[in-house]
Structures are given as C-alpha cells and as structure tokens.
Design a binder for this molecule. Structure first.
Ligand SMILES: Nc1ncnc2c1ncn2[C@@H]1O[C@H](COP(=O)(O)OP(=O)(O)OP(=O)(O)O)[C@@H](O)[C@H]1O
Ligand SMILES: CC(C)(CO)[C@@H](O)C(=O)NCCC(=O)O
Length: 642
C-alpha cells in the first residue's frame, strides 16, 4: 500500500507503508515506531499569511530564522547574549565577571553542519509574550478530501480535535519562536516522521516534532528538521493549542496517535492530553529519556557540547568539543526546577546518584520573592547589572585580606547574602536606597550555581568521573549561568575538571522521549527493571521489559542511535560500503536488590547508500571548517556562525 502525504510544509511524499525503522536510503522513518507511517494519513498543507494576507508556504530563509517551525512570532526582546559588565558575575572570587559572548551556536552533524544562522536573542518561553507588531499569523489549510476527513473523524471518537464542535479556540498566545531552540537537521530523512514527543516538567513543557523540508525534485533527498519549542507548564493549554493548531496530533489510519511523554506531567496531564488530543499517551521514564537524549546528541551531533570560559569578558567564551568516539563514563547534571545527577557508564547503563531541591526553581522562586520580578528573562538581565558583593559577605570582608592558607582569596564568597543585615542597617542610617534588586538577582544566581557546581563536583569525585555535562533549562545558554557553573567546577576541582554544556540543554528529556524505542520492543514483558543501584535511595530509571529482552532491545536501540541514526547526517556516497562492527555492551541492572552485569554482543551492519547532491561537494564534507559557496541547500547545511 502506498501512502501519499502532503506534509506539514507542503512537500508531497509517497511512501510504502512499512514498519521498518529505516528507508532503504537509511533515512529515519519513525524512530522505530510504525505509527504515522502506515495506512492512510490525513494530508495537511500549512501556509502562513503575512499582514497583507498573502498566503505563502513556509520558506527556508537563509538570512533569518531559517528554520522557524510551523508557527512563529519574532521576538522583540533585545539580545541577551552580550554582557560586558565586569561586575555582573563577580563572586567566588569577584574577579569572575561575565564574558561577553555571542550566544549563537551551531551544531554540526557527523559530516554535515546544521543550518544555523541565527542571531542571539533572549530566551523566549511561549508564555503570553504577545504584542509584537511583526508577528506572523499561522494559517492552516487542510487539503483533506471529505472522505479523508470523515475517515479520521469516525476513526476515533475520542479525537475531539478533528471534530469541529471541539475545535479549540486559537491560542491567545502564539508561541514566541526562540532562536536558541535550535533545530536538528536530518538531511537524509526522506519520509515524514509523524510522531512528536513531550517532556512536561515542573516549570516548562518541552515539545519535539519533525518538519520535512519543502519540495525537492527527488523525494529521497527531502530531508527535514527536528524542531524544539517550550511552554510554561502552568500554561499547558498553550502547548495543547500549539499541537492542535498545527495538526501534530492528527491520528493515522484510524488509530489514535501514540504520543510519548516524559517528566512529571506525563502522569499529571495524561488524562488531559488524551482527552484533548485523542491520542494515546505513553509515559516514558524521565531519567531514561534524559540519557537517551544526551547520548543521542553526544553520539551524533558535532559541535553539540562545549566548555565555557571562566575568564571575564573572554572574546569567544565557548569552546566546542570534538565528538568523541567514546564519551563514557560521564556525569549528567540536569538542572530543571530541581536537580538530578546521573552517572552514565555506557549506552545502556546509568544511575541517578544524587539530586538537590536547590535548582532552577529555587532561583526563579526566590528571585521573584525578593525582587518582585517574575519574568525569567528579566531576572537574567538583572543579574548582569548587579554587584553581588553588596549582599554577599566575602572573605575580605571578614579577614580584610586573603586567607591564602586555606586557599581562599579575599573575593571568595564566604556567605551568600551574609552582608544584607549590615548593608541594610547602614543604608537605613544613611538614608540611602535599600539593596538593589540587581544585586539580589546576581547573588542568587551565584548561590544556586555554586551550590550545584559543588554537589556536581563532589559526585564526580565520588564516582571517579572527570566529565561533567550540565543540562536543563536553568542553563539555557545563558552566559552568566554557564560562566558561573564553569567557574564553580574550576574552583572546586582546582582547575582539574571543566564543566561541559550542550546546545540542546533544555531538551534532553524531550529528545529522549522522541527517540524512545518501540513499544513492542519493550513490552515483551511487563516486569520493570530498576536500573538504579540497589543501595541508593534515589529513584533510578525503570525500563519496561524483562531483563534479557530489555538488554537485547536496548542494544538494538543503541545500535540504531549510534550507527543507523548517524546515517541521517552522513553524506551519501556513490558506492555502497559495508562495514561490520562488533561492540560489547555492558548493562548493569539491579533487580530485587541484586546487581547483575550482562554483556551483549551486537553485530551491526553499517551500510552507506549511494546517491545525493552531496557527491558534488565531498571536498567540503571532508573539511568541515570550509564552506562551499555554491549556495545549494546541501552546502548551506554546512554554513554556520558562532
Ligand atoms: N523562560 C523561562 N521561564 C521559566 N523558567 C525558565 C525559563 N528559562 C529558563 N528557566 C529555568 O529553567 C528551569 C526549568 O528547567 P526545566 O524545564 O529543565 O525543568 P522542568 O522539567 O520544568 O523541571 P523538573 O525536571 O524539575 O520537573 C526553571 O526553574 C528556571 O530556572
Ligand atoms: C523530581 C524531579 C526528578 C522532577 O523532574 C526533579 O525536580 C528533581 O530531581 N528534583 C530534586 C529532588 C531531589 O532532591 O533529589
């Protein structure tokens, strides 16, 4: 059976209806899932209308936010990336001030750079920040024939959204596109990937979905991008409206679409999502998804991880790290509302070793209480313009000098907020204004970042790890935050360890949920396997399936992510090459308080198929630092700015 799909950007794809993971040209079909790929599909055509009401298809615009997804609204906020205030991040010690930086990043894939030509801008969460004069409305035209429509409407009584009586009102707060939410290009993806996934946390709900590139002569070369967008969890209806307005939820072939959701909201909002979307919600373990997402990025995306300078005003504070053949073991410190610290030993072995409730939510909450400002971006702006030593008691305040004997310089923070009492009293006496909110914001950011850095470092020592990655939306590519955490790790490790960050820091869990393996793979047995260490009180990941099948199936998932998915980024060559690799995976599982170690051999056939425009540009591919000027779409993938 053939399926004709006019996908979200108007490209027409004809595909067989296989349940296989990859197309013959190695493109990703459904991340291992058959959903969305067989039977009939409701075709959709998206257009956007400009102010003069001229409808046009979404274009790939190299000169602007080229990969603005289905919906867009340009941010009017000024860039938050540059910061030149020497005092703004002064702290432990005070000489640590923020580095000015361009926060524009780029991601290169295995052999291919992503299209990333975005100017930096403030971190816009999609939370009612409306009112931009240059916003563009989204207009969706469904090209659905009446028979298609009725099929879909009749197919699922729960699908409230294909029913006109239940059509949700247009979102009052069109999502604000944030250039930092960088799409991931899948240039070799020929078919549509029709599922989407969510990570609904205590503060933010993160969504990952795929949009196929528009119209190419050869359907096998269409390519597409994974897009990322976030909403406040408190405004979860905005997220639902976005999904509905963009028809992401439309079921396939009469079956309710399966949506993988991770994070606490997978439980809290499961009923709401099922009711409004008419989809089947599959809950994915939060820790497991974080690791799937992180491993995927580290395995497949060049220029994904980087270190950040601890030096004030460094000209280019980011230093990208070459994709390593083996990045295990490492520690992942995910700073969301709260903080989870996970030791990752291999593709399939991880353990949540620690956590702290003093996380991003703490900074946000306390800062709001103490300054009266509740907008997160505004808070971060304030951190740049304050002087924390107006409120923090530093060693010099106590000693009048350094305390070199124990390695403390005079500007080391001795006590966060320890000066407030004195300062307030002094100010009251002299009639000066009370403590500035900018000082408070900066001190809070340092306090939370230092504390997390310290706990992270201690855990790295506890497990003998020298690689520490920081993720979560607390990081969100904010110069002050990254500089502070980098400084903390440098400080505690005495320069021995460097903090590492990820371009897709806030989307690790959502990406992992998007990539989650087949339900069939994992549901062969309903027993859960606790991947945590039995002697650890913190919750570890529970993975569905029996011991052996989970290991085998996780192995196959691993094989796909490391070998198969990477082909999505690889240039095609004229010749078909076949290489066989044998890899040993060691999985440590703790079941009923006992720990078992299992080794599985995986033979993977790594087949590169031929064909593709890329052939003409091999010279560029071999030297990723060079840019081909030819201007073709493929070579534009190689262009990036930092
Ligand atoms: N625009 C924003 N609005 C609110 N918080 C933001 C924003 N940008 C960054 N943050 C920070 O990100 C944190 C939330 O991060 P993240 O989305 O990773 O966590 P979460 O999944 O909501 O939380 P948890 O995993 O603990 O349930 C906030 O507490 C805040 O510190
Ligand atoms: C509860 C979660 C896992 C929810 O994401 C997160 O907020 C967290 O890790 N909090 C810290 C909890 C602790 O103290 O270990």
């Amino acid at each position: 059976m053939k399926t004709q799909i006019i996908n979200a950007v108007g490209a027409c794809v004809v595909s067989d209806s296989p349940d296989t993971f990859f197309n013959s040209n190695n493109s990703l079909k459904g991340c291992g899932r058959s959903i969305g790929l067989h039977n009939n599909t409701r075709p959709i055509q998206l257009s956007i209308i400009d102010e003069s009401d001229n409808a046009y298809d979404i274009e790939h615009d190299e000169n602007s936010a080229d990969h603005i997804p289905l919906n867009e609204q340009y941010s009017s906020s000024s860039s938050s990336s540059s910061s030149s205030n020497n005092n703004s991040m002064a702290g432990t010690p005070n000489s640590m001030s923020p580095s000015s930086s361009s926060s524009s990043l780029s991601s290169l894939t295995n052999n291919t750079a992503l299209i990333n030509k975005l100017a930096s801008s403030s971190d816009g969460v999609n939370n009612n920040n409306n009112g931009n004069s240059n916003s563009i409305e989204l207009h969706i035209t469904t090209n659905t024939s009446s028979s298609d429509q009725s099929t879909n409407n009749n197919s699922n009584n729960n699908n409230s959204n294909s029913d006109e009586n239940n059509t949700p009102p247009p979102s009052s707060s069109p999502p604000k596109f944030n250039p930092k939410d960088r799409p991931i290009s899948l240039p070799n993806q020929s078919g549509p990937i029709k599922h989407f996934a969510l990570d609904i946390g205590g503060t933010l709900a993160k969504l990952v979905y795929f949009v196929q590139n528009k119209d190419k002569s050869n359907v096998n070369e269409l390519g597409g991008k994974l897009h990322f967008i976030k909403f406040r969890t408190a405004d979860i209806d905005d997220c639902l409206n976005f999904i509905i307005e963009n028809n992401l939820h439309i079921e396939d072939g009469g079956l309710p679409k399966v949506v993988r959701v991770t994070g606490g909201g997978a439980y809290k909002y499961a009923d709401l999502f099922e009711k409004r979307l008419g989809c089947k919600i599959v809950k994915e373990d939060e820790m497991q998804c974080l690791i799937w997402g992180t491993n995927f990025l580290l395995n497949n995306i060049k220029r994904e991880s980087f270190t950040y300078s601890t030096t004030p005003n460094a000209v280019s504070p980011k230093e990208f790290i070459d994709k390593a053949d083996n990045h295990y073991p490492y520690l992942l410190v995910n700073i969301g509302s709260g903080v989870s610290i996970i030791k990752v030993e291999s593709e399939t072995s991880f353990q949540r070793v620690d956590g702290t409730s003093l996380g991003g939510g703490t900074f946000w909450g306390l800062c709001s209480l103490l300054t009266g400002v509740s907008d997160y971006d505004e808070m971060l702006e304030m951190t740049k313009n304050g002087q924390s030593n107006h409120v923090d008691l530093v060693v010099g305040d106590i000693y009048g000098t350094d305390y070199t004997k124990i390695g403390l310089s005079s500007d080391t923070i001795a006590s966060s907020f320890g000066k407030v009492i004195y300062e307030n009293e002094k100010k009251k006496l002299s009639g000066e204004e009370t403590i500035k909110k900018e000082d408070i914001a900066q001190s809070l950011l340092k306090m939370v970042s230092n504390n997390i850095g310290q706990i992270a470092y201690l855990n790295s020592q506890r497990y003998g790890l020298n690689k520490i990655y920081f993720g979560g939306f607390f990081i969100r590519d904010h110069p002050n935050t990254m500089q502070r955490i980098s400084f903390a790790i440098d400080f505690w490790s005495k320069g021995q360890t460097k903090a590492m960050f990820l371009v897709h820091d806030g989307y690790l869990g959502a990406l992992g949920s998007f990539l989650a393996p087949d339900e069939d793979d994992l549901n062969s047995n309903d027993n859960d396997i606790d991947l945590s260490n039995s002697n650890n009180n913190n919750s570890g990941a529970k993975v569905k399936g029996s011991t052996s099948s989970t290991i085998v199936n996780q192995s196959s998932w691993w094989k796909r992510t490391t070998n198969e998915i990477s082909k999505l980024f690889s240039p095609k060559t004229n010749t078909t090459t076949t290489t066989t690799t044998t890899t040993t995976i060691t999985t440590t599982t703790a079941i009923n308080s006992s720990t078992a170690t299992t080794s599985t051999n995986v033979n993977s056939n790594n087949i590169n198929n031929s064909g593709g425009n890329e052939n003409n540009h091999q010279n560029v591919l071999t030297k990723s630092s060079d840019n081909c000027e030819c201007g073709c779409d493929f070579c534009n993938f190689l262009s990036y700015e930092i």
